[in-house]
Structures are given as structure tokens and as C-alpha cells.
Design a protein around this ligand. Structure first.
Ligand code: ADP
Ligand code: MG
Length: 779
């Protein structure tokens, strides 16, 4: 989760790390002087692992945190800036170019950016690095790439393979055990064959294998996975044949990329024909995927659906597929390491690439449309989490649609179906990117275009880009009027109304919003967008002091959400209600609703909604007479708004006037100096701490923020892990109890125990800790 003092997003490494002491100190030394350090070397040599180790070691030196940006799965170069912004948790809602969002965020930060796997967009990365370093004096960049970026000021560290001794020339073979390469082999072998150890009888063979493989970590891992079925002697024997072929009988040294290639070749040959075919087909995925996806995309034409599980098991056993368990999602996920993915793609049968891409697209289009259908309902949180997991694959599918002749109408459909995700999970800019591209390819008037137009217009409104929104909504409206499509017409009018109200034309905005509401009612239309239309009317009525109407509508909208189990828009409804209650003087009620809303939206990672409610919480707190806390909350919001967009509060004159009034009042009560001090104390909080403050929990001082390394030695039990996750997703004790079907008392006791074990005092610390450990990963 972003914040001025966040420690970043480094993932927990799932397998042990071996050796590299001198490379780590060399990289640390280099980073102390150079501002851009690139780790280069062949695929599989260990660049990424080394970068992660170095980054973890220097984390303390960077108050702004260490942020990993994973580029391997990124295909669309124009999304580079967006990807960097996402990785740092910047949820910009404005229409600013993402490069600008990133530069302005980094300008005053002491921060390390790790750009992993730059090789397929070296020029773009070089340009990015140059731009960022030019404006952000406290920034350092650590890149990994097969080739240098050739950016100004770049320092290069070539990552060598793990050291390994020539066993033939060793006087004391026992020494081999200390070889880093041999250690890596032994540790990976023990993973597939518990109890495996280097012994007097096998060490010579292992040493030879590692030497043969030139100390290349990925190659060693692939070879080690074979101890499940073969002895080291046998593995060595098989490799030996292959290398003799490579050397063509002579003594020439085999170049490293060929070494890796040879090992992958032999891994490939050890697979059954069906495993080979599945490996090839699976290379169509970007990043990780789950079993459902594997079955949907890769089965057929030679592989039966019910064979996929066994084949996947075989590929995991051989270390071809890596299992990734990091989500609270109920499905295990798998991925191919980069060199294996490229190898797999080359092995796809000639007739299949296009078919695979199309099936991949079909699967993710279906996922997007299922998400769209389920979003307004009780499984909303699961939909959000599931969609977030598949972001890379969704991008790849969209890219396929928009770059393959004859497929673009699917792209238009898919970008529009993901409306809920772009809006609800903080990806406005990216949503507009895809919708804009798809709309450009479909200029002719049609229903799909009209629907995409009003959706894109809503994203623009949410970014405060009222003029583009108005144009797009008008075009959708014209089409709907011509074709008498009442549904599209109602949505288009809603968006026009929202745009008008936000840019200050309240009377016109209200007329349009009322019109939209009446139309939705007449049509019996119900969706998250319809609830948001209600929220707009509630807020407008609230500012207009038509409080009975605001409260009546708010109550109704909230009830609607509750009937359907909708939680995201419900939180916005609470925000609208709280606003009206505050204007009415029902401060306690307003405060309770605001807190409930903050908790929920924070759980959705909806930074915009969260900060909006923190800000509103300041005004309400001021009304309770606690000016000091009100000032602190204003300060907290002022730090978070820049993460969200160009201008606070969407630039809405109504909201800005309310903030101004709150600030004036707090200043009068506290006096200038005390106000400034309280404001500054809030401005120092990061997002999680600000949320704690808004919830009335005592925020910890920033320096004591949990780092993710403060675990006690007592690990969490399985149940405690579940509880921790749910709490991190914003569920109350009562909700945790309901979800796990246990008594509320028991849930409460679990929560207490989790906090005590981890040494935390608040739920937000727990959430922060879980987030810092890599998104939704559980401890
Ligand atoms: N020092 C190391 N200790 C343990 N495993 C390593 C080490 N270096 C690399 N590996 C493993 O080898 C494989 C390839 O490493 P990776 O860092 O992905 O290579 P690259 O980024 O150079 O392609 C990964 O599975 C990684 O976990
Ligand atoms: Mg890598």
C-alpha cells in the first residue's frame, strides 16, 4: 500500500537463496555512487534473485521504500509508465500522463526502483530511467536485463554464474560440498526428494553436473528436479551425451546461453509428448495462471481436459512450472520462468499460435464478463481479487484483440466489461487507455461503441476530466436517442449530469441526474453504476441542503446494496449519507458511517474512496469539536491526494469549499501554530496509518511502522492466517465470524492472538504488514 513512508512491495522469496556475497557487496557499493545500476547476464544466471536480495539489504537506506516493477509479462510498451505507477500503488485518477504521475510522485522521495527484466524494452526503460533520475535526486534505479540499457550514468554489473570447481582437477573432492552451485543443487533436490543430501557417494557426480552446467542456477535447478526419478550419476550421464554433441567432439567451451538451451532441451526431452505439448501451449499465458485457465486454454486437440491436472503435476515435479501460492484466491497458480516460457513458445506447433491466443482471449473475455455480471453482488471482493490476479493476462488478451485483424470488436467488449475493475479497483487511467484505443478502431455508430463511450466517460468524470466526459456522453446519448435505446440513454444522461455537477454547474447537473434516476427506476435497471448515480444525487442534495431527500435516497440505495450483497458502492452510499447527516448535525451517525466506509474502501484498495472519506472524516471531526484531530486528518488527506490525482477532491467547488471551511474553523479554534503542528503530524502518516487515524485508532509513529520482518518466532496457525487475511481485507470481527462460520467471540479471540503474535496493536498495522508482504499474500 502506498504512502510517504511505505517500505515497498518486495515479494517474499519462496525458495532459499544461495551464496553471492561478493556480488551483493559489489552491487551495494555501486548503488552508493551510481544512480542507475544494471545487472546483466544470460537468462537464468540469477539476475532477478540477486536484485531482490540487494534490494532487501538496502531497504533501510530508502525512506520512500524499495519498489519492484516486474516487466517480464508486459507486452504493450506504451503501458510501461502505467505499470511503474501501479507497482508503486499510485492510483491516479486524473487524466495526467502516467509518466508525469510517476515523476511528480518520485520528485522528493528517497526511493529505490527495481526494474526487473528490461531486456525486451531496453530503449523504453532507458528513456524512463533518464527522465526519472533527472527530476528525482533521491531516486536510485536497480535494473536487470540481458543487455545494458545504455542510459546516461548507467553502471553495469555482469552477474556471473555460481562459482563451481572443476571436479577433475580437485585434490580434495570433499571440498565440493561448499561450492555454491553444489549447495543450490542439493537444496533444490531436497525439495523434490525430501532427505536428499550430498554424500560421499554422490558428491562427485553432483560436482560434475554443476561444472557441466557452468554454475548456471536455472540449469542447476532443472537438473536437480530430476533426482525425483534419477540418481545424480544418471543425470550426469544424460547431460554428458548432450554436451559432447554440443562440443562437436572438440574441447571448445560451450557458450552459456547454449548451456542453458541444452539443459532446457534435455528437460524437454524428459517430458512425455503430452507434457511437451502442454508446456508449449502454456507459454501463451502472461505471468501466472490457474488450473481453470490451463484447462480452458490448453486442452483440446490432443490433450483431454481431464489429463491437464496430471500433466501439470508432471511439469511442476520437473521444475518447469513453478507453483505460486500468494493469494487468498482459492486456486493455486503456476508460472513458467521466463527462459522456459520463450522456449515453450518456440515449441508451439506451427498451426497453433493464433488458435492459442484466441482461446486465451476467449477465456479472459469470459472472466471479464463473468466479473461484470457478478460485481453487483455478494462475491464482489472475490471478483476484485480474482481480476487483480489476472491483470497481466487481461492486458495480453486486450492487446491481442487490438492488434490482430478482425478481433478488435472483442477488445471493445472486453475493455467495456472491465468497467467494474477500472473504476472499482483503481485503474482509471489504464481503463481509458484501452477504451480509447478500442473506440478509435470502431468509429462507426453502434451499440457496443455507445456503451463503451458512456463507460469511458464515467472513467473520465472520475478523473475530473469533465470536458472529455461530456463529449463522450453526448455522443452516446445521440446514438441512444436515434436508436431509442433507453438503457444506454439513461447511463449517458447520468454521466453528463455527474460531469456537469462536478465542474460546478450544479443546477444543470441536478436536472440531468434526476432525469437519469427516474429513467433507471422506470427501466427497473439496477447496477453498481445506478447506485453511484444515486450517490451523486445524494451528495448534490446534501450540498444543496435538501437533507430529507438525501437521507431518504441514501437509505434506499444502501438497502438496495445490502439486499444484493454489494459492498463497494455501498461504501460510497455511506459516504453520501454521512455527508448529509453531517450537514444535518447528526454528527455521531455521520462519523460512524464514514468510518465504516473507510474500512470497506481501504479493503478494496480503492485509494480514491479511502482518501475522500478521510477528508470527509476531517470535516465531521471538526463538527465534534476535536479540531486537533480534524487538522491531523486534513494533513493526512493532503499527503494521500497526490497519489490519487492531480487535484484533491476532483476539483469540485462544493467539496473544496467544505474543506476550506473546515480548515478555517480548525485554525480559529487551535490558533495558527497548533493547527500547523497538528496538520503536519497527519501529513506524516502513510495511508494505513491515516486510515487508522480516521478510524479513531491510535496511529503508530511512522518509524515504528511494521516492516514485515518483525514476526515473532511463533508462526501463525492456518486458521490464524485465514483470520489475518480477512482482517486485512477490512472485515470486522463479526464478518470474520460469519465468513469462517465460527462464533463472534472466537473470531475476536483469534484476532487478538494474531495481533499479539505479530506484535501489532491495530488491525491497520496487520493490513499493512500483509500488503507489504506482497499484495494479498498471507504470512
Ligand atoms: N543465488 C541464488 N540462490 C538460489 N536460487 C537462485 C539463485 N540465483 C538464481 N536462482 C534461481 O535460478 C532461477 C533463475 O534465476 P533468475 O534470478 O530468475 O535469473 P535471471 O533473472 O537472470 O533470468 C530461479 O529459479 C532462481 O530462483
Ligand atoms: Mg529475471
Amino acid at each position: 500500500m502506498p504512502g510517504a513512508r511505505s517500505t515497498g512491495n518486495l515479494p517474499t522469496e519462496l525458495t532459499s537463496f544461495v551464496g553471492r556475497r561478493s556480488e551483493i557487496s559489489e552491487a551495494k557499493r555501486a548503488l552508493a555512487t551510481a544512480r542507475l545500476l544494471t545487472l546483466t547476464g544470460v537468462g537464468g544466471v540469477g539476475k532477478t534473485r540477486l536484485a531482490l536480495q540487494v534490494a532487501a539489504k538496502v531497504r533501510r537506506a530508502f525512506a520512500g521504500g524499495v519498489w519492484l516493477v516486474e516487466l517480464a509479462a508486459l507486452q504493450d510498451r506504451t503501458l510501461l509508465d502505467q505499470t511503474v505507477a501501479d507497482a508503486m500503488g499510485l492510483r491516479d485518477r486524473s487524466a495526467r500522463p502516467p509518466r508525469e504521475v510517476v515523476t511528480s510522485h518520485l520528485a522528493d522521495k528517497q526511493l529505490l526502483l527495481v526494474l526487473d527484466n528490461c531486456e525486451h524494452m531496453v530503449d523504453q526503460c532507458a528513456g524512463l530511467a533518464a527522465d526519472l533520475l533527472a527530476v528525482a535526486p533521491g531516486l536510485r534505479i536497480l535494473a536487470t536485463s540481458r543487455h545494458a540499457l545504455c542510459a546516461p550514468g548507467e553502471q553495469i554489473l555482469t552477474v556471473p554464474p555460481l562459482p563451481v570447481l572443476d571436479p577433475e582437477r580437485l585434490s580434495q573432492p570433499g571440498k565440493l560440498i561448499h561450492d555454491e552451485a553444489v549447495r543450490l543443487f542439493a537444496e533444490r533436490a531436497a525439495l523434490v526428494r525430501p532427505g536428499f543430501a550430498v554424500t560421499a557417494s554422490n558428491h562427485a557426480a553432483i560436482g560434475r553436473i554443476c561444472w557441466q552446467l557452468d554454475g548456471l542456477p536455472l540449469a542447476i535447478e532443472l537438473a536437480a528436479a530430476r533426482v525425483r526419478v534419477l540418481t545424480p550419476e544418471q543425470i550426469l550421464h544424460r547431460l554428458g551425451d548432450r554436451f559432447r554433441l554440443l562440443r562437436g567432439g572438440g574441447q571448445a567451451v560451450v557458450p552459456r546461453h547454449q548451456t542453458l538451451r541444452a539443459v532446457i532441451d534435455s528437460s524437454y526431452e524428459l517430458c512425455s509428448p503430452l507434457e511437451q505439448l502442454l508446456w508449449a501451449r502454456m507459454s501463451v499465458f502472461a505471468g501466472a495462471f490457474d488450473m481453470d485457465a490451463a484447462e480452458a486454454v490448453c486442452a483440446g486437440d490432443g490433450i483431454d481436459r481431464d489429463q491437464v491436472l496430471d500433466l501439470v503435476t508432471g511439469l511442476v515435479d520437473k521444475s518447469i512450472l513453478v507453483r505460486q501460492d500468494q493469494n487468498h484466491a482459492s486456486q493455486a497458480r503456476y508460472r513458467l520462468l521466463d527462459p522456459l516460457r520463450h522456449y515453450g513458445w518456440d515449441a508451439v506447433p506451427a498451426a497453433e499460435p493464433e488458435m492459442l491466443r484466441r482461446r486465451h482471449r476467449d477465456h479472459y473475455l469470459e472472466l471479464a464478463e463473468r466479473g461484470e455480471a457478478e460485481w453487483f453482488g455478494p462475491s464482489q471482493r472475490e471478483v476484485a481479487a480474482r481480476t487483480r490476479c489476472e491483470h497481466d493476462n487481461l492486458r495480453l488478451a486486450l492487446e491481442f484483440c487490438l492488434s490482430t485483424p478482425g478481433e478488435s470488436q472483442f477488445g471493445l467488449r472486453m475493455a467495456a466489461a472491465l468497467y467494474f475493475y477500472w473504476l472499482g479497483c483503481g485503474f482509471l487511467a489504464e481503463g481509458r487507455h484501452w477504451l480509447d484505443r478500442a473506440l478509435t478502431m470502431h468509429p462507426e455508430p453502434a451499440k457496443a461503441r455507445a456503451a463503451a463511450l458512456w463507460i469511458n466517460a464515467h472513467l473520465a468524470v472520475a478523473q475530473g476530466d469533465a470536458s472529455r466526459a461530456t463529449d463522450m456522453a453526448q455522443e452516446a446519448r445521440d446514438w441512444a436517442e436515434r436508436r431509442d435505446d433507453q438503457t444506454v440513454l439513461a447511463y449517458a444522461i447520468f454521466v453528463q449530469g455527474a460531469a456537469a455537477w462536478l465542474c460546478g454547474d450544479a443546477p444543470h447537473g441536478q436536472v440531468l441526474l434526476d432525469d437519469a434516476l427516474a429513467r433507471f427506476e422506470a427501466l427497473g435497471e439496477l447496477s453498481t453504476a445506478v447506485v453511484i448515480a444515486h450517490v451523486m444525487v445524494i451528495v448534490a442534495a446534501g450540498f444543496d441542503d435538501d437533507l430529507p431527500r438525501a437521507v431518504a435516497l441514501g437509505t434506499r440505495a444502501r438497502d438496495l446494496c445490502e439486499q444484493h450483497g454489494e459492498q463497494w458502492a455501498r461504501a460510497y452510499t455511506l459516504a453520501g449519507l454521512a455527508l448529509a447527516e453531517w450537514r444535518q448535525g447528526a454528527v455521531a451517525q455521520a462519523s460512524a458511517n464514514t468510518q465504516e466506509g473507510v474500512r470497506a474502501l481501504h479493503g478494496f484498495h480503492d485509494t480514491f474512496g479511502t482518501v475522500l472519506l478521510i477528508e470527509q472524516g476531517a470535516w465531521i471531526t471538526e463538527a465534534t469539536g476535536d479540531s486537533k484531530r480534524a487538522a491531523a486528518l486534513l494533513g493526512a488527506a493532503s499527503t494521500i491526494w497526490p497519489l490519487v490525482g492531480e487535484q484533491p477532491l476532483l476539483g469540485s467547488p462544493h467539496y473544496l469549499a467544505a474543506r476550506e471551511a473546515c480548515e478555517q474553523q480548525a485554525r480559529r479554534t487551535l490558533g495558527d501554530r497548533a493547527f500547523r503542528a497538528a496538520f503536519a503530524s497527519g501529513a506524516d502518516l502513510d495511508l494505513n496509518q491515516a486510515v487508522a487515524c480516521a478510524l479513531g485508532e491510535k496511529p503508530e509513529p511512522a518509524t515504528a511502522a511494521p516492516t514485515g520482518t518483525s514476526t515473532s518466532d511463533k508462526p501463525l496457525t492456518k486458521r490464524e492466517q485465514q483470520v489475518a487475511e480477512l482482517v486485512a481485507h477490512g472485515l470486522s470481527n463479526k464478518d470474520v465470524a460469519a465468513r469462517l462460520v465460527i462464533a463472534p467471540r472466537t473470531a475476536e479471540a483469534h484476532v487478538e492472538r494474531v495481533l499479539a503474535k505479530l506484535g501489532f496493536t491495530s488491525r491497520t498495522q496487520l493490513a499493512a504488514w500483509i500488503t507489504q508482504r506482497g499484495g494479498d499474500r498471507i504470512p
